[in-house]
Design a protein around this ligand. Structure first.
Ligand code: SF4
Ligand code: SF4
Ligand code: SF4
Length: 317
């Protein structure tokens, strides 16, 4: 069902309907899970620089002028002249440090949270992607296949934290029907899956000078997260959110208080994800699936109307 658009287009897009490549995580076959120790992070940004050094050049620059999107309410999103932005997630910046001040026993304290894709266990972005471009590997990595993505943003809408970001004017849709199909490509953290395959840590984790981030088999990381939280009388974010994720944040205070401070200090918004304790999105699967199925059909119908109108206009002139 998730390949509705692919079926609609006759399955002609390269890679459509292909299953995600299998890749067993080293060790016990558990997915890889990251533990992010918020108490240890000092916001130095080494992880962000490492991610950018690896990924910035992988995101293409758009064709100009940007094709006018259709339907007319769809807006082009262009970050290509703001590639230096690191204070939020953008198509060119897959990891950023979210920060706020919280109350602590000693007064107030500035805290830092490296934010990127959570690599959910049952990711709605994958399940609801109409072209099958969003995929999940057995090692837990959720990634977007740039050869197939049409930038329709279903993954962004399905994600409780709106992680994937769109760049217009790039990708496959330029070779199809740029005015009628898609609007660019979606980009987000891919868990450095090629490094994981080679038995190496993701670049952001390897770059951290304070070992605030670590990665290991899920079972082991859950055990460590629980032990740390218990030791500090603290909290874990990501264990049950969205049905469970492979990114666990641990902090010595409740995350609902952090979320409240982030909101109060205007640190949540476009490209700045919340810490919302999201329920399992896939529980609302039927509603979301109908959206996914209807969206391409509606788009195709509207495209037909528009073509017909243009034909009529040409005939009259
Ligand atoms: S955080 Fe969002 S983009 Fe990442 S796997 Fe989960 S649903 Fe998908
Ligand atoms: S895992 Fe890789 S792609 Fe994801 S934030 Fe870290 S460095 Fe960037
Ligand atoms: S490199 Fe480590 S300490 Fe520095 S911002 Fe990233 S997670 Fe925090």
């Amino acid at each position: 069902m998730r390949n509705a658009l692919g079926l609609l287009l006759g399955g002609t897009l390269p890679g459509l309907l292909k299953p995600a490549p299998a890749c067993a995580a080293p060790g016990r076959g558990d997915p890889w899970t990251t533990l992010i120790d918020v108490d240890a992070c000092d916001g130095c940004g080494a992880c962000v620089r490492a991610c950018r050094a690896r990924n910035l050049e992988r995101v293409p620059l758009p064709a100009r002028p940007l094709p006018r999107p259709f339907p007319s309410w769809v807006r082009n999103q262009d970050w290509s002249d703001r590639r230096e932005v690191t204070d939020r997630l953008t198509p060119y910046n897959w990891l950023y440090i979210q920060s706020c001040t919280v109350r602590a026993a000693s007064g107030t304290r500035r805290i830092f949270l490296p934010r990127r894709c959570m690599h959910c266990i049952n990711p709605p972005c994958v399940n609801l992607c109409p072209t099958g471009a969003a995929r999940q590997r057995r090692n837990g990595a959720v990634y977007i296949d740039q050869g197939v993505c049409l930038g329709d943003s279903q993954c962004d809408r399905a994600c409780p934290w709106m992680i994937p970001r769109r760049q217009s004017g790039v990708g496959l849709y330029l070779n199809l029907a740029p005015r009628f199909v898609g609007n660019g490509q979606m980009f987000k953290c891919d868990y450095c899956q090629d490094l994981l395959d080679q038995g190496q840590q993701p670049a952001c984790i390897a770059a951290c000078p304070r070992q605030a981030q670590s990665i290991g088999p899920r079972e082991e990381m859950v055990h460590r997260a629980r032990a740390l939280a218990a030791e500090r009388g603290g909290d874990i974010f990501g264990l049950n959110e969205n049905g469970g994720t492979n990114s666990l944040y641990v902090f010595s205070q409740p995350f609902r208080d952090v979320e409240a401070e982030l909101l109060r200090q205007d640190e949540i918004g476009f490209g700045r994800p919340s810490l919302r304790p999201a329920g399992a999105s896939m529980d609302k699967e039927n509603r979301l699936l109908s959206t996914v199925l209807l969206a391409p059909l509606a788009g195709a119908a509207l495209a037909g109307v528009r073509l017909w109108r243009e034909k009529q206009k040409r005939r009259r002139s």
